[in-house]
Every structure is written in structure tokens, then in C-alpha cells.
Design a protein around this ligand. Sequence first.
Ligand code: B12
Length: 225
Amino acid sequence: MAKKKMVKKKKATAKNGQKSSKKAQTKKRAASKKPTIKKSSAKKSAKKSTKSRAKKEKSSSSTKNAFTPKVRKRVDAKEVFSSSPVIEREGSQIRVLIGKAGLDGHDRGAKVIARACRDAGFEVVYTGLHQTPEMIVNTAIQEDVDVVGLSILSGAHNYLVPEIVKGLGSQGVKVGSDVLLVVGGIIPDSDFDTLKRAGVSMVFTPGTSVDSIISYIREHVKPKG
Ligand code: B12
């Protein structure tokens, strides 16, 4: 039995030896077959990958720069409308029209300003919602107001304001000398210049204190003489 085992062991080692020698041979062959080119290509590819990574990083950093939002400085309405005119009024009280032109229903601001003007002792005419430019022009002329105040939150100011200015002009009322035109509501500062050129004296955006609006009107509508 012991002999048999020994024989088996010997056979096994012989097999193992064969195997190991085969392995060694294939390794050797592989090593001999593994040409230096492969090694160098590996190096090259490594170099390539580092280069491409650097490129990617560069491009990603450049794209980052391209898409980083630029913080734009907000324009102060007081700076743009610094040279506002002063209107001379005939009556004893300042007469103000609060107009809500357009199709939207944002009337809260208009109502707040109308009430504040009334509390300040002004005579106030509030048009109510959904007025056309023509309706506002007619009311302003009929009521002989000193101030035309428009509340616009719909985004249609660049259409509505010039229409109203044109309508008043066609009836002989000059904006900036016969009446003071002020606008309140959602007005992007990029539109301030356009509105100024149209004849608007001042723009009041959300958050403006009611007191500062009243003071502005008082300072820009003075009794005649
Ligand atoms: C309340 C509100 C509503 C209410 C309106 C209630 C009402 N009866 O007024 C409801 C829920 C009905 C509403 C509906 C809609 N709304 Co809305 N709404 C608002 C919100 C949140 C506040 C407006 C408000 O009342 N502010 C309080 C008042 C006191 O402030 P104010 O009006 O700005 O007034 C101040 C100044 O602007 C200035 N002022 C205003 N008017 C005047 C006039 C004069 C003469 C002067 C001197 C000064 C002055 O003085 C005031 C005091 O500081 C604004 C967002 C915002 N932060 O402004 C959106 C906003 C106005 N709504 C908007 C939109 C899109 C709508 C809808 C179209 C939404 C929809 N898809 O349905 C609808 C339209 C419905 C309709 N039929 O019109 C947009 C408008 C976008 C634009 N212009 O490009 C806004 C800006 C929201 C947004 N960021 O997108 N809305």
C-alpha cells in the first residue's frame, strides 16, 4: 500500500512538474511574445490618458466658466430717473389717477397705492381692472389729473406705456410737462431706459415703501406760481 501511495505521489509530482514546466514555458513564450512595443504602447496609452484627462479637465473648467452665472449689478431706478420733471398743478389738491391697464387681475398694489394717496390728502381716481390704454387716456383727461400712475404687473409695460403716452399726446396732453407719469409693478431694470425715453418720470418696483412714493409725488407736483 505504501509503495502504491509513493508511486501515486511520484506520479503526482511528475504531473505537477510537467504542469509547472508547461506553465513556465507558456510564461516564457508569452514573455518572449510580449514585445517591447506592447509595453511602450501601454506607456503611450497611459500618457495619452493623462493628456486627455488634462484636456478634459481644461475643457470642463472652461465650460464651467462659460456657464457660471454672472452676477449682474441691479440698476437703481433713482439713478436712471434722476432728472425727473416737476409738474405745476392748478388746483389746491394733487389729483392722481391710478390706472390698471391690461388683462391681468393684479390689483393689490394699485389699491394699496390708491389708498395711500387718499390718506396723504390727494384726490384719487382709481380706474379698476382691465382698462385699455384708450380708457385710461380718456379718464385722465376727463378728471384733469396731475399724475397718471400706472400699475403694471403683467409684463406688458413696454406696449401699454407708449400707447398711453401716444393717446395723451394725441389729445394735447404732454407727459412730463402737463402730467407726471409714474409706473409701478413688475418692471425689469433692463426696461427702465425704454420707459424713461417713453416719458415715464419714475418706476416703483415691489418693495418700495408707500411713504417714499407719496414723498416723490409731493416733490414733483408743486402748486402753480
Ligand atoms: C398676489 C399675486 C397674484 C394674485 C393677485 C391678487 C390681486 N388681486 O392682486 C393672483 C393669485 C390672482 C395672481 C395670479 C396670477 N399671477 Co401673480 N403674482 C402675485 C404676486 C405673488 C404678488 C403681487 C402683489 O400683490 N404684491 C403686493 C403689492 C402691494 O405689491 P405690488 O403690486 O408690486 O406694488 C408695489 C410696487 O410694485 C409699487 N406699485 C405697484 N403699482 C403701482 C402703481 C403706482 C401708481 C405706483 C406709484 C406704485 C405702484 O408700489 C407697491 C408698494 O411697493 C406676484 C409676485 C411678486 N413678488 O410681485 C405675482 C406675479 C405678479 N404673478 C405673476 C403671474 C404670471 C400670474 C399668473 C399669470 C399666474 C398664472 N399662470 O395663473 C396669474 C394671472 C391671473 C390674472 N388673471 O391676472 C407673475 C408675473 C410675471 C411677469 N410679469 O413677468 C408674478 C411676478 C410672479 C412671478 N414671479 O412669476 N397673482
